[in-house]
Design a protein around this ligand. Structure first.
Ligand code: ATR
Length: 286
């Protein structure tokens, strides 16, 4: 039997509101071209009120999409409306990847996969010692990273957030290895830590006064930021100046796209230096 994917145009989307700044069409477009697949990946802007109808058309097949990516503000609703969210999406209460199988809408969340694969790729050996990770911020992105680090086997994941109650909610959600604390516990938590992750916009605004001393972290520890515009954020710049090993966040965006492409188009793509350069050159244009 022939795979229908070989003969039909397979369509996928990224939806959000707004969505026009998404770089996902560039990433998937690159892979489609590379594999010579007859397919498309397009940005579809959908307002919150219209999102349930968008999902209904996806489920009944009338939209013609095989699935797609979901970004802010639809990740929680996408999870709620899916027929079969997997364990990762269910624990997060949010989905970023949807795909149809036998008429059922499946959902997963690939942000944690993107985060881990970026570090595996850019900082080999980063998880050789995994006693303690310190995460700044407790928003949507932070959740997927907490889950991923816990599942990678970190002994303790400390979530420090300006609004401590949000951090505590995440500690309650992700179990006994996840701990919440206030921002002023940062120096204490960083002492001997193996990994620091920034998930906030701290330092991006000139009015934010901040000064982090990373030098008490374990020797060889890694500092990373999920903000990737600019590639070297103020926090990464500070860490570099202190002689720390750093990894930028662009690869999280590239790697989170891999599982979706494979589910819709049937081929597992690779994150190559060429793809990274393509996105960096697009970032320089806008
Ligand atoms: P995302 O989904 O990208 O993680 P978010 O849900 O809006 O975005 O979360 C933003 C995170 O950055 C939050 O942890 C926020 O702290 P609060 O929970 O206290 O709002 C944090 N954040 C944003 N600006 C910050 C700043 N100037 N200083 C410290 N934390 C900041």
């Amino acid at each position: 039997m022939r795979d229908s994917r070989e003969t039909l145009l397979t369509k996928a989307f990224v939806t959000g509101f707004p969505v026009k700044h998404s770089r996902s069409p560039l990433i998937h477009g690159h892979w489609l071209k590379q594999f010579g697949i007859t397919g498309s990946y397009e940005a579809v802007e959908v307002a919150q009120a219209d999102f349930p109808a968008f999902i209904a058309h996806l489920k009944d097949g009338s939209s013609g999409f095989a699935g797609g990516n979901v970004t802010i503000p639809h990740k929680e609703t996408a999870f709620a409306l899916a027929d079969e969210p997997d364990e990762l999406a269910s624990e997060l209460g949010a989905a970023n990847t949807l795909y149809l199988r036998d008429g059922r809408l499946k959902a997963t969340n690939t942000d944690g996969h993107g985060f881990l694969n970026n570090l595996d790729d850019r900082a080999p050996g980063w998880d050789t010692a995994k006693n303690t990770a310190v995460i700044l911020g407790a928003g949507g992105a932070s959740r997927a990273i907490i889950q991923a680090l816990r599942d990678r086997g970190f002994g303790a994941v400390h979530v420090l957030n300006r609004t401590e109650a949000r951090g505590q909610e995440l500690a309650d959600r992700f179990g006994p290895r996840v701990h919440a604390g206030p921002m002023n516990a940062l120096a204490e938590r960083l002492a001997g830590a193996d990994l620091f992750v920034n998930t906030t916009s701290l330092g991006m605004d000139d009015s934010d006064a901040f000064d982090i001393d990373f030098t008490d972290m374990r020797s060889g520890a890694l500092v990373t930021d999920i903000v990737y515009v600019p590639l070297i954020t103020p926090i990464l710049g500070q860490a570099k100046a202190q002689g720390m090993r750093v990894a930028d966040g662009l690869g999280m965006l590239l790697h989170q796209a891999v599982p979706g492409f494979e589910k819709w188009f049937g081929k597992r793509p690779e994150v190559t230096p060429e793809l990274r350069a393509l996105i960096i050159s697009d970032m320089e244009k806008h």
